[in-house]
Structures are given as structure tokens and as C-alpha cells.
Design a protein around this ligand. Structure first.
Ligand code: PAF
Length: 278
């Protein structure tokens, strides 16, 4: 496995892979867990060369405290990536990604005005900027993203279409802990007591899935909000049942066959997101 710290190192390493290799790319912010490794394993099965980026992208954080506390342990991440057969790791410093203040301004219309977009102003522009720059550097055949960040996935698909990029986006299912909690780099920041409470979030999402035949979307939203608010030490940011394609909240089940229930909730000082297809 080759570690590249600069764009030049990465480009030289990619050139050395031969002409037009089939490249699978997994962008990450480090703090790796089984969810990331599942993406790398899938990339490994489907490509000739696997590139993983490990970069905590400061411009996608709208909360300074969250950026400061984001887990960073490159040595541990490298060990894990080596284990699953990653070929190239790109782990740049901020000055390498942003030698100058980035000025790109992406717009995703209604996709970015709801949920994460509404609660984290500037977040998706920051994601789009870094992902576009990484795609330009790596030039992947396919890029892999987890469905836990469901809205991010929709925006990245929109970015690829807008910019006419020749990369296939593959969505991979959320990987969960044995008790159902969606794997996230932020889970390591949950104190023991909150970690015990956290699986209740997914349990409520599962209950929602089971109630689709009984309740209307509005009734289900009320049911979920009431139960989520009862979880100790939490503050609910949003619960929405949305059209999986447009991400707009739905009013009835009949004219929307693909829908997702999405939640963002603070547990103590940690913000968690999750979703289920319902
Ligand atoms: O999902 C993430 O970890 C990040 O948003 C990404 C896609 C690596 C961009 O920084």
C-alpha cells in the first residue's frame, strides 16, 4: 500500500499503475470503521486499483467544536486499510487541498434545502468542493459511498450529473453495530451511557417501517418524533419521510414507491444521523 501526502505524489503513483486502470475510489474523513472497510472491500472486488482518501475536510464543518473533536488517527486508519488490501491512500494536509481559499459555489436546488442542508448551512457546498477536487485528482471509474449519508449520496449523484463527470457512483448499505446503531466515526465520542441509549434511534426507525400499512406519512412522522423525543439526553433536529429521489417530504404513500425515513438527533454532545427505506 502506497501512502501519498501530496497531489504530485498521488498523480505520479496513479501514472505508475499503467494506462487507464480501472480505479475504485473511497473518499473518507478517516476515523475508519467497518462501514468504510465494507466500501473498500467492495471497491477491491470490482476494480484493478483501489484508492482511499483520508482527509478531514474543514470546509464541510459548520460547527467548529465538531471539527476539533473529529477523530484523527492516521496510523490506525492505515493499518486498517492495509488489512483490506487498499492499494493507494491519499492523505493530504489542508494546504495541499486548499492552497487558496476555495471559491467554488455549487447549487443543488431543492435537494439541499431540506434536512442536513437546512440544519448545516454550507455543509454540502464544502462536500461538493472536496469531492469534485478528489474526483479530478483520482479520476476514478467508480466511487463508493455509504447510504447512511443518504442526502450526501443524492447530492454527489447530482454533482456528477451537473459537472458531467465520468464516474459511476455506487451506494453501499449502512453497516450497523450488533445492536443496530449505524456505524459512524462520531460513535467513538459517545460516553458509555449514551452508547447504551443510542440503538433506540434505529429501533424507532424500524418500528416506523413496520407501521407503514397502518399510519399515514404525517401520522408516522408524529409517532417517530414523539418516541425520538422520549429518548433520554437527546435533542431531535429533524425526522422526515422523504421521496428517495427528490428528498422532498411526502404526503401520501401511493404516489411514491421509494421513500426513506431520515433522522438527525443530538445524543449528549454528539450529533447522529440515520435512515431506513420504508
Ligand atoms: O462522507 C464523508 O466522509 C465525507 O463527507 C466525504 C464524502 C469524504 C467528503 O469529505
Amino acid at each position: 500500500m502506497i501512502l501519498c501526502r501530496t497531489k504530485t505524489e498521488l498523480q505520479d503513483t496513479l501514472k505508475a499503475q499503467g494506462t487507464n486502470p480501472i480505479i475504485g475510489f473511497v473518499p473518507t474523513m478517516g476515523g475508519l470503521h467497518e462501514g468504510h472497510l465494507a466500501l473498500v472491500r467492495q471497491a477491491k472486488r470490482e476494480n484493478e486499483v483501489v484508492v482511499v482518501s483520508v482527509y478531514v475536510n474543514p470546509i464541510q464543518f459548520n460547527n467548529a467544536e465538531d471539527l476539533k473533536k473529529y477523530p484523527r488517527d492516521l496510523e490506525r486508519d492505515l493499518d486498517m486499510l492495509k488489512e483490506v488490501g487498499c492499494d493507494i491512500v491519499f492523505a493530504p494536509e489542508d494546504a495541499e487541498m486548499y492552497p487558496e481559499k476555495p471559491t467554488e459555489n455549487y447549487s443543488f436546488g431543492a435537494l439541499e434545502t431540506v434536512m442536513e442542508g437546512a440544519f448545516r448551512p454550507g455543509h454540502f457546498n464544502g462536500v461538493a468542493i472536496v469531492v469534485k477536487r478528489l474526483f479530478d485528482l483520482v479520476n476514478p471509474t467508480t466511487a463508493y459511498f455509504g447510504e447512511k449519508d443518504f442526502q450526501q449520496l443524492a447530492l454527489i449523484r447530482a454533482l456528477v450529473e451537473q459537472e458531467d463527470l465520468a464516474v459511476e457512483i455506487v451506494a453501499c448499505p449502512t453497516v450497523r453495530e450488533h445492536d443496530g446503531l449505524a456505524m459512524s466515526s462520531r460513535n467513538t465520542r459517545l460516553p458509555e451511557e449514551d452508547r447504551r441509549i443510542a440503538p433506540q434511534i434505529y429501533k424507532i426507525l424500524r418500528d416506523c417501517r413496520d407501521l407503514v400499512d397502518v399510519l399515514t406519512p404525517a401520522q408516522l412522522k408524529t409517532f417517530a418524533e414523539e418516541h425520538l423525543k422520549k429518548i433520554p439526553r437527546t435533542k431531535l433536529e429533524y425526522f422526515e419521510i422523504v421521496n428517495a429521489k427528490t428528498l422532498q417530504p411526502i404526503e401520501n404513500w401511493s404516489n411514491c414507491p421509494k421513500r426513506v425515513a431520515c433522522v438527525a438527533i443530538w445524543l449528549g454532545g454528539v450529533r447522529l444521523i440515520d435512515n431506513v427505506k420504508i
